[in-house]
Design a protein around this ligand. Structure first.
Ligand code: KIV
Length: 266
């Protein structure tokens, strides 16, 4: 079974690790068989499962329901679960809602933001709840950003992102997740903190890689982000099976053959 200690050792040893979003028991079992290292019950479920335009309508009860489904089925992966939009706007909310999600089977709580989360991170860590802080493109703030845009492109915003990462780690964050930032910035953050860093659209140099399960199976609609690769129809997935796609993703991340340069932002 993968734990935070496993991921810390992987970082020290330079062994990359895989992460996929998952929302139900059968896919969770296939991810277990494929030895995917970590699973995220992401609030992306609002878009890929519930059909909303953003992650904002997702509730804590939704995350609890899907986390329980996944945790019952997968005994191998470290399980991360999102606290959804506005469910950690106050310290009391963060504590109460983390409790529900951890009791559903999560091992780590993911929250979106920057150094303003330090109090929450420290309080949760002291209460036995590790956090993963999601930086860069944080989809819960889509209305602040005015769309899903690459973050950290200017010198100032890149410096701010590095400072945010250092601050939340100092406050006790166990994992940092970077979404849609230039590859060089993701590399700098990964080297600047001593906790595992997971990337999505953040180049090849983060410690782990995450993709939304539907995207990497080619179950998409409309525009596909440049960092997405369809592992189901990849010719190296000889069985053309879903489990084969999970396994190919896991192996590609470990071997460093995903992501490639064409998947990154500069
Ligand atoms: O909710 C989600 O799936 C996520 C990933 C995009 C990292 O936060």
């Amino acid at each position: 079974m993968i734990t935070l200690s496993t991921l810390n050792k992987y970082k020290k040893d330079g062994r990359k690790f895989s992460c996929l979003t998952c929302y139900d028991a059968m896919f969770a079992k296939m991810m277990e068989n494929a030895e995917v290292d970590t699973i995220l019950i992401g609030d992306s479920l609002g878009m890929v499962v519930q059909g909303h335009d953003s992650t904002l309508p997702v509730s804590v009860d939704d995350i609890v329901y899907h986390t329980a489904n996944v945790a019952r089925s997968n005994k191998h992966a470290l399980i991360l679960a999102d606290l959804p939009f506005m469910s950690y706007a106050t310290l009391d909310d963060a504590i109460a809602n983390s409790r529900k999600v951890m009791q559903a089977g999560a091992h780590v709580i993911k929250i979106e933001g920057g150094s303003e989360l330090c109090d929450i991170v420290t309080t949760l860590a002291n209460a036995g709840t590790p956090t993963c802080v999601h930086l860069g493109l944080t989809p819960q703030s889509v209305n602040v950003f005015g769309g899903y845009k690459v973050q950290g492109k200017s010198d100032d915003s890149a410096a701010q992102l590095i400072n945010d990462a250092k601050a939340v780690v100092k406050a006790g964050a166990a994992i940092v997740l970077l979404e849609c930032v230039p590859a060089a910035l993701a590399k700098a953050v990964t080297e600047a903190v001593d906790v595992p860093v997971i990337g999505i659209g953040a180049g090849a140099d983060t410690d782990g890689q995450v993709l939304v399960m539907h995207d990497m199976l080619g179950v998409t609609h409309g525009r596909v982000a440049r960092f997405v690769h369809d592992f189901l129809s990849d010719e190296d997935n000889e069985a053309r099976s879903v489990q084969g796609a999970f396994s190919l993703f896991h192996q590609s991340v470990i071997k460093g053959s995903y992501p490639k340069e064409e998947h990154q932002f500069n």
